[in-house]
Design a protein around this ligand. Sequence first.
Ligand code: ATP
Ligand code: MG
Length: 456
Amino acid sequence: MSKSLSKPNKYSRRKRTFASAQPVRFLPAEQPSLFRDPGNHPRIIPRPEHCISRKDIDREALKVLYRLKDNGYTAYLVGGSVRDLLLGRRPKDFDVGTNARPEELKRLFRHSRIIGRRFRLVHVYSRSGNIIEVSTFRCRSDHDNGKYESEGVRHIHGFGSPQEDAFRRDLTINGLFYNIADFSIIDYVGGMTDLKQGIVRFIGNDPEHRCLKDPVRMMRAARHAARTGFTIEANTWQSMLRHSDRIRLCAISRVRDEWLKDLRSGYSRPWAELMLKCGLFASVFSGYISAFESKDNWLVQKLLFGLLGHLDRMVNSGVEVSEAFMLALFAYPGLSITPDWKVLEVDRLKWPTQEVKSLLGRVLTPHDFRRSVRDVAAQILASQWNIPVCLAKGNWPKRVWNKPTFRESIMFYDLVHEVLGQPVLGSDPHLRSGTKTLKKSGRRNRRFFTTSRLIS
Ligand code: ATP
Ligand code: MG
């Protein structure tokens, strides 16, 4: 994989400055023996040597950082926001790390709420309705199990030092801190060098251990490699290859949430390619295995990568794609080559929605979705047989175009045909043929390809 250019935005116009290879100043290492890495002092990258400006940071997050600092607490911007700012991208969210305890945070921020059961963190609500997630430095991830009881009160709560908090994270590029006190970046984990060199790497010296402690980190490695175009470091990659089946030990809801993030990321195609290469795809989507083992494997891959490529284009151009549409796109390649799917084909207007729903369940197994989402996805898929029937007859009866999923079904049909190199409809065939006069409201609802909302 080569390092790809990030999406252009207002940040990317700015000159990017990464720190020089030499550390500028050291902080004393905190409890280094915990990480069996006694020499690991953080590298401090002062403001002139990196590109993060306060102008790029969300105003509400800045306010939170300053309020903490002014009250004597340590306050860092943490996680993905630091990574994205250094890459010249607009972060999705701005998370704050601090040494203030949840109760202290609650007292400090009037409009806030303590959330979380295993590890309590605080949501600070801003006037604009944004939520800034503020968490006390932790000694380990929620998902790293350990003998909490024997490690003293501090560890019962899972609180830790900034260094521990950096080491409990997943990837080196996600373990950087931006310090509001002096605008420097604090790097305990080697993230700055990896960002500069375009490398995705598990934190620490033992990638096997990191995978086994929380297998979801493998999916996160694939995600960030796909999003950034970075190379996955050899030891990290080997451990992913060896332990991809361990992902089945994770809670299904966690895995599904990570997967849905990837579908919405705008980089779902490179993500799917990586997931297939490292074996995670087969472990996460066991319903897909038979499709990949069939003689039509080439067609499944062509459809999957082609459709996800279209999904990425839609997401990146700001089209809001419904969850049902995404699921239909994702499931179709695995479904369409099965004999059970082919026998459903009809030559008259009929919607075998129930049958499609049960086939859809099989492909998406073991992941479950809201009933309404499954219903809409099944309707979009079941409509695919009706479109050729209408095309052949040159007639679009009301019961076809009156379906709430009509627009999405047509778009779905076009995407599949484009991937297969077959003729597409290109616009709403019902409006184009003018076979029926629509009511005014109907006409407005049926504007096709001009709207940026695709929610049914
Ligand atoms: P995104 O742009 O998708 O929000 P992100 O890196 O911010 O990317 P989040 O899910 O918001 O991802 O997580 C915030 C941070 O929490 C991450 O940057 C990472 O440091 C840490 N994190 C998340 N999941 C894990 C995990 N399973 N193990 C260790 N650290 C994790
Ligand atoms: Mg985030």
